[in-house]
Design a protein around this ligand. Sequence first.
Ligand SMILES: Nc1ncnc2c1ncn2[C@@H]1O[C@H](COP(=O)(O)OP(=O)(O)OP(=O)(O)O)[C@@H](O)[C@H]1O
Ligand SMILES: [Mg+2]
Length: 253
Amino acid sequence: MARRKKIYEGKAKTLYEGPEPGTLVQYFKDDATANNAEKHGVIEGKGVLNNRLSEFFMTGLGHIGVPTHFIKRLNMREQLIRAVEIIPLEVIVRNYAAGSMAKRLGMEEGTMLPRPIVEFSYKDDALGDPLVPEEYIIALGWASQQDLDDIVALALRVNDFMSGVMYGVGIKLIDFKIEVGRQFDGDFQRLIVADEISPDSCRLWDMETGQKLDKDVFRRDLGNLADAYTEVARRLGVLPTNTAPMGKPTLIN
Ligand SMILES: Nc1ncnc2c1ncn2[C@@H]1O[C@H](COP(=O)(O)OP(=O)(O)OP(=O)(O)O)[C@@H](O)[C@H]1O
Ligand SMILES: [Mg+2]
């Protein structure tokens, strides 16, 4: 069998050439990194869970008319996606203060914000993905004012959807990040949600207990990451079929 072409190997995912032009295969690895790759671990089953969860969220977004790169899931660890030109920004939406925002402003984590805040950081591991003002983004030509307006509108729609879905299963969506890409159709471009939406890219707290169900479990050594992600998948009714307990073998006559 011919070996397929690897396009990019990232920290959590690998991209391969897709079966048709304009498509890619996205493979979800079990690797976890934190603090821009300073900390690394392999968490068995994480890739399978994230593949399923990203499929679940992107499909739901599609159903409410938010364009995403997701085409279809291929197997346990892979999905077929539309190839886009990634805008080199992490688009972050915050509903409650946490992480770098809480640190920078000396706020207590979990403080509710008066409204969702959208911020941008420049995707560059070596620089630690620094926060960048819109003015920089426009002046440096990474995106136009119109693009940014569209990206903010897209991010807020994703936030409303994700907040509602999580609320329904007793989870508070503290914050999340998405990546946005350009899809070209002749002279026109469309901005669509790309990369992944999973507990790797969200902060999720149990509504009752405040228990963290996201990558902070790994970043801060709070327990078993796969257990936390499994809990999210279980509540959403999204569990990989073959991790169900296998009863005893049954004899067929
Ligand atoms: N639809 C898409 N088309 C093209 N590239 C994509 C698409 N979706 C995601 N990507 C890119 O694929 C890579 C996914 O790999 P991964 O997230 O593991 O990378 P990473 O190590 O986090 O590096 P990066 O800092 O670039 O995200 C990212 O660079 C992401 O921007
Ligand atoms: Mg990434």
